[in-house]
Design a protein. Structure first.
Length: 271
């Protein structure tokens, strides 16, 4: 009886050791094959986000309150200030002042000398083109990766931009961004202008972005030049060149009264 009991104890001892070793081996094997998560690849980041990152990043853009700059077109200088947060704006040249107080666009003394002869058309025109791609993060913007395109012999990554039906004054507009595959920066923007004619929503203009400058961590184009665009081909320059200088991002706006409508201004309500 004692011999039998001893035999059972010995068997139990070796069985216990075997179980511990098997458990240990199983744990070590599981540790060896644990996958490593890697989400920081270009495949997992949208084309728009890669483009924004190449221009400085949305967090840097959103860290500022306002953007000021001067646009020179054919010798005419327009100093511009836009609140990035709420899009209030103030523009001033020797011939006119234009603004937006958050609800109403205005021109002083009138709109006869501004592009389009409309304050609501002009007050954010330059800001929007300069602020792309960052402004494409606005609510209601729809960005679609259209794959690769070739323009004048060069290959680009292509992004199509459309808008929700209730977004802005011209939701019919369509943009295409042609993005340099090496730098991920915007190089060509094609677009429609349907502000004055809703039936004119087809792509009819091209704007080339160049002379990028880094300003407080953000890449800003110092030159924007318009070209003819027909049948997905870029033609000759239309001689509309905007040179952007005196670029500065602001943490605070020293005088917000500039956005207010001056007495005697011509106004246009924006719904």
């Amino acid at each position: 009886m004692k011999v039998k009991l001893l035999f059972i104890l010995v068997i139990s001892f070796f069985f216990s050791i075997a179980c511990k070793e098997e458990k240990k081996d199983s744990t070590e094997t599981q540790t060896d094959i644990t996958p490593v998560s890697n989400t920081d690849t270009t495949e997992t980041i949208s084309l728009l986000d890669r483009c924004i990152a190449a221009h400085g990043g949305i967090d840097v853009w959103n860290s500022f309150t306002a953007l000021s700059y001067t646009v020179n077109e054919k010798g005419r200088e327009v100093k511009q200030l836009t609140n990035i947060k709420d899009r209030r704006a103030y523009l001033k040249s020797k011939d006119f002042e234009v603004g937006f107080d958050g609800k109403t666009a205005w021109a002083f003394p009138d709109a006869s000398k501004i592009p389009g002869k409309s304050a609501s058309f002009y007050y954010n025109l330059d800001f929007y083109f300069i602020g792309i791609p960052f402004l494409l993060k606005d609510p209601g913007v729809i960005a679609t990766d259209e794959g690769n395109s070739v323009v004048n012999g060069k290959s680009y990554e292509t992004l199509k931009i459309t808008f929700g039906s209730e977004i802005g004054l011209t939701p019919e507009d369509i943009y295409y961004l042609y993005i340099d595959p090496e730098t991920s920066r915007l190089e060509i923007l094609t677009y429609s202008v349907s502000f004055f004619d809703k039936d004119n929503a087809g792509i009819n203009s091209a704007k080339v972005y160049s002379n990028y400058k880094e300003v407080q961590g953000i890449m800003i184009p110092a030159k924007l030049e318009n070209f003819e665009w027909k049948n997905n081909e870029m033609g000759e320059s239309t001689n509309h060149i905007r040179l952007v200088s005196d670029i500065q991002f602001l943490d605070t706006i020293a005088d917000t009264t500039v956005f207010e409508i001056p007495e005697g201004a011509i106004t246009e309500e924006i719904n």
